[in-house]
Design a protein around this ligand. Structure first.
Ligand code: GLY
Length: 363
């Protein structure tokens, strides 16, 4: 078992990573929460798989488990309202706590509920997808979507602990595996060239999800990189923005396709292709390094890009993205594998060319 501390003063917590940890959840709950008035928030898919496990391991919570539909549409005020009502009907108090048991949608939504219910109650993250294990469960970004954009309503609210069990990934659909690995690649691109080499040399085995020690090593590397960045810049006034590598064009692609074509990680995969290409157009990144990164991205089978999207549609969607401040779009570009930089000083023509490069992707 590995543990990674996220040092955030009074809001510090530990991420635990290890095979079979899920079966020890009760002992972590007892250690970290001074209450046994707990509620589980999950989605229908995870509930379908773990309902018998909840009944066996957490029998008191069988009636205190709330399921929401799987998918991005559950990150809404309507679903939040449904959950507030459920909590109130079941007499939850300021001393109750929430277990977020699921992927990124569940973690963001349950964390948002925890941060707002009765002005904030404790919560823990038990992520069940690669994407949520390496990214969304760590760092305290919680929130829901608005009709005008993703993640526009939310807060920074840290969990009491994060419990990551690689064995839960065995039931992930293939698409989710590839999409989650997009965020794994991202960490190597922005921060760690030796991690890139590890991924490059072992990608097929990682995708297979059978080599658990290797998987633990990968999950630990990602969470450590994220923890160190979040410690320096919890509220994203600087370096944390490097974690958005590939997300500018990625979010544009998700928005232009009405959030119903790509999984988030799939869009990020394309967005990273665009940001790598843009880094070369801006003469920051040598072509040979770009090729190395583009070729590992290709091994994650990026989903086809619909032919009917225009460069303008993506650029308009990018401009609505909340990360675009009044000073203009902040780009995360690369100078080398493992070396990210932030800049607003990027040529419009190069941005258009980078988006065109993304849209031209064909397998
Ligand atoms: N997913 C990016 C962040 O947590 O900052």
């Amino acid at each position: 078992m590995k543990s990674i501390d996220v040092g955030l003063g009074d809001f510090s917590y530990t991420i635990y990573i290890g095979e079979g940890l899920l079966d020890n959840l009760t002992s972590y709950l007892e250690r970290y929460l001074s209450t046994n008035d707990l509620f589980i928030i999950t989605d229908e898919n995870v509930y379908g798989l773990y309902n018998p496990w909840i009944r066996e391991k957490l029998p008191d919570l069988a009636q205190k488990t709330f399921q929401v539909p799987a998918g991005e549409q559950s990150k809404s005020l309507d679903t939040a309202n449904y959950l507030y009502t459920k909590l109130l009907e079941m007499n939850a108090t300021r001393h109750s706590a929430i277990i977020a048991f699921g992927g990124g949608v569940v973690g963001d939504l349950a964390g948002f509920i925890a941060s707002t219910f009765m002005r904030g109650i404790k919560f823990v993250q038990v992520p069940t997808t690669i994407l949520s294990q390496v990214d969304s469960s760590v760092g305290g970004k919680v929130g829901i979507n608005h009709a005008l954009g993703k993640n526009l309503i939310g807060s920074f609210y840290q969990p009491e602990f994060v419990l990551i069990d690689p064995l839960v990934l065995r039931t992930l659909p293939t698409r989710e595996i590839y999409a989650g690995l997009a965020e794994v690649l991202k960490y190597s691109f922005i921060k760690d060239s030796s991690f890139f080499d590890l991924l490059d040399n072992n990608l097929a085995e990682i995708i297979g999800l059978k080599n658990i020690p290797l998987l633990e090593q990968v999950l630990t590397a990602c969470c450590s990189i994220k923890a160190r960045i979040v410690e320096q810049d919890e509220k994203e006034s600087g370096i944390r923005a490097t974690l958005n590598f590939g997300h500018t064009i990625g979010h544009g692609l998700e928005a232009a396709t009405h959030y119903d074509t790509f999984l988030h990680g799939e869009a990020v995969l394309h967005g990273m292709r665009g940001a790598i290409h843009l880094s070369t157009l801006e003469n920051l990144l040598p072509m040979s390094k770009a090729q190395q990164m583009l070729s590992i991205i290709d091994r994650l089978n990026p989903a086809p890009v619909p032919q009917n999207i225009s460069v303008e549609q993506i650029i308009n969607a990018m401009q609505r993205d909340k990360k675009r401040s009044r000073e203009g779009q902040l780009w995360v570009l690369l100078k080398d594998i493992g070396q990210a930089m932030l800049t607003r000083n990027v040529s419009k023509k190069n941005i258009q060319d980078a988006v065109r490069f993304v849209l031209a992707y064909s397998k």
